[in-house]
Design a protein around this ligand. Structure first.
Ligand code: DON
Length: 305
């Protein structure tokens, strides 16, 4: 497959819409990023890499981080997780509160904010007050980039405006579904969202999900094949929130987005791919990034279907 030419074609086709989306203004530090950025990186399970545009520039990974904490929690807690969080799409926005009361503090899935908070709570319970470092270490190991850092500026900015997340966390605590201190929980969650990574870092870090649970450099089993399948299935059904059905129709890949404008997708046994463009659509997903992935599966003929 000539991935290099395909990336060039995609870049020229998405260029006209790169600046059309909206920067995420709920987190003021994210609204300072230049909107005209676009990068894309592919890593195959054979270890080849192909890139275009701003693929080495770091951005705030935001909700993409929820996949990393899910990997950590699933390894540690196994099926016990599913007593505290569901596995179905929510049909609501990622930061919605409405379902939680009806469903007695059990979030629909691990990727909406409420579900991700429960997952972080599990990580804190196993790592105590070192959860933040444990997340950073995990992501450094998965990506092979030992210089990765949190952006304190983004974490602080989100803390100042994180009223909904504080509400979700407190509400779930009232149902007994958060076990640790709320300030520690939110601080850990804001930092994981404020991890700064490039498309290349993310494509590398997601390789175990494309490769039956095994990372490439160094070769190491991170998840069982079955756990990797489960996380991919959750990304397919819940990874893009209330846009997930439309995205699956257009792209046809397990994917996870973040309001920093990144989207990572996986083609099992073939490759992982990350795209970044900070202009978002009305659902909080990268506008040019979604189109780029749609063009990618159309042009390559690759998808899970
Ligand atoms: O908690 C929040 O709302 C943000 N830190 C993350 C949201 C997000 O990335 C949703 N993804 N599209």
């Amino acid at each position: 497959m000539d991935y290099e030419s395909i990336l060039k074609e995609i870049y020229s086709e998405v260029k006209p819409i790169i600046s059309e989306g909206k920067l995420f203004s709920d987190i003021p530090a994210l609204a300072l990023v230049p909107i005209n950025k676009f990068g894309m990186a592919i890593k195959t399970v054979q270890g080849e890499e192909f890139t275009i545009g701003d693929s080495n520039e770091s951005f705030s990974i935001q909700s993409i981080s929820k996949v990393f904490t899910l990997v950590m929690a699933l390894k540690e807690w196994g099926d016990k997780l599913w007593k505290r969080v569901g596995r179905d799409p929510s049909g609501n926005a990622f930061n919605s509160l409405v379902q939680l009361e009806y469903e007695r503090g059990i979030p629909r899935n691990p990727f909406i904010n409420a579900g991700a908070l429960v997952i972080v709570d599990c990580v804190i319970s196993s790592k105590l007050d070192n959860a933040k470092n444990a997340v950073l270490e995990t992501v450094r190991n998965l990506s092979g980039n030992h210089f990765l850092e949190f952006s304190n500026e983004v974490a602080i900015s989100e803390k100042k405006t994180g009223f909904r997340n504080a509400a979700l966390a407190n509400f779930m605590k009232s149902f007994g579904n958060i076990h640790n201190d709320i300030d520690l929980l939110l601080d850990t969650y804001y930092h994981q969202c404020a991890l700064m990574m490039s498309c290349v870092d993310l494509a590398r870090a997601f390789i175990p999900l494309a490769n039956g649970g095994v990372m490439l450099n160094p070769p190491k089993t991170i998840l069982t094949r079955s756990q990797a399948k489960k996380i991919n299935s959750l990304m397919l059904t819940c990874g893009l929130y209330n846009a997930v059905g439309d995205f699956a129709y257009r792209v046809g890949l397990p994917s996870k987005s973040g309001v920093g404008g990144g989207i990572v997708a996986v083609i099992p046994n073939i490759l992982s791919v990350c795209v970044w463009s900070p202009g978002l659509d009305g659902f909080g997903n990268s506008l040019a990034g979604s189109l780029a992935l749609e063009l990618f599966t159309t042009k390559t003929g690759l998808s899970i279907f």
